[in-house]
Design a binder for this molecule. Sequence first.
Ligand code: CTP
Length: 405
Amino acid sequence: MMASQPLRIVVGISGGIAAYKALSVIRGFVSDGHEVRVVATEAAFEFVGRSSLEALSRNPVSVGLYDDVASVTHVELGQSADVVVVAPATANTIAQIAHGFASNLLGNVLLATRGVVVVAPAMHTEMWDNVATQENVALLRARGIIVVGPERGALTGGDVGIGRMTEPEQIISATYAALSARGASSLRGKQILISGGGTREPIDPVRFIGNRSSGTQAVALARAAHARGARVTLVYAHLDIELPSGIEAVPVSTAEDMLECMIRLAPDHDAVIMAAAVADYRVDHVSDAKIKKSASAGVRTLTLVETVDVLASLSALPHRSFTLVGFAAETARGDALLQLASEKFVRKGCDVLVANEVSWDAGIGTADNDVVILVRSSSTGSPPDVLRASGDKLSVAHRILDVLV
Ligand code: CTP
């Protein structure tokens, strides 16, 4: 792929026999017109020579954390990279990335980058199958890192099994695919409708039933979709944060207002994301006057009636042509969360459901999120595909949009 603009690519090489194949990865990127910088671990030089890496990348190779300290290489390389491709990634390097160790230059670059990270594991089958490696790889995937391979095939020492690094051509195409999915234009021309914040159901002119939603995840979705070129409408109930610029924002107050607004706007959109925390109940009769404490004799009973379910109403619209994403807030984790989310996925009839654990200090009003994403399977009747994402709410937003793209 000859991109209209050359990409800044860091190729990270760790110490495994597959390092010789990294030469073809570098050559491929360079011949596609991109700027390649190589960051190798000390161990990588047991398998490939510095001269080969420098000749093919046409740049000096960076190895030591303390080389060229004046230009703050460890931060500069990561910050300026559009993508960091680690090929081969040994079990040790995968563990290092999973746990955020900055003990060498590659670890620093990976911590400093905001670009896409692609990792191509290569190791012996036993090491790949080891639960430590598997859990580390799951962590990487949950953070949106693209893991390419490994493949089944011949390994060092005559063994055959899973662990062989994916061929350079495929690593290169997986990198381009990941970049275009995350790319600035991946939602160009699309209209995305997002709801966010917490609705407020009035009790009397001064009181309401509300919830702790801050709207952070919805605002992150709006920002991420806008950055990818979409036209974004955010229908927002109560927010604790500022609205982003560049989007159309429509304020609503109650569940009923939100229903009216979403049903009216949804048909003009390609995707609708219900990230709002919509109240499930409202009082049956809103008092016109402030309810007086003196009239309560110590106890006041409010009769609550269910509000309408906006998400289910959207999914039931006849001839629905937009993709529908719902959320699920559950005070459960692990398998129990997955079970509740799967039931909600079926009940609500959406195409994608993003489930997160909520508690006094998780999920709501926090900067980070940890979600399970259920995606309608392409084969009818099969259970939904399950993906995971965690990190700050903007990264999680991008992961949700990756699924939509
Ligand atoms: N939702 C909605 N209208 C409501 C309540 C919820 O559209 N009256 C949407 C939310 O925006 C979210 C999804 O439904 O996308 C799930 O919300 P959640 O609060 O997790 O579930 P509930 O439907 O309220 O079910 P429960 O309280 O039993 O978990």
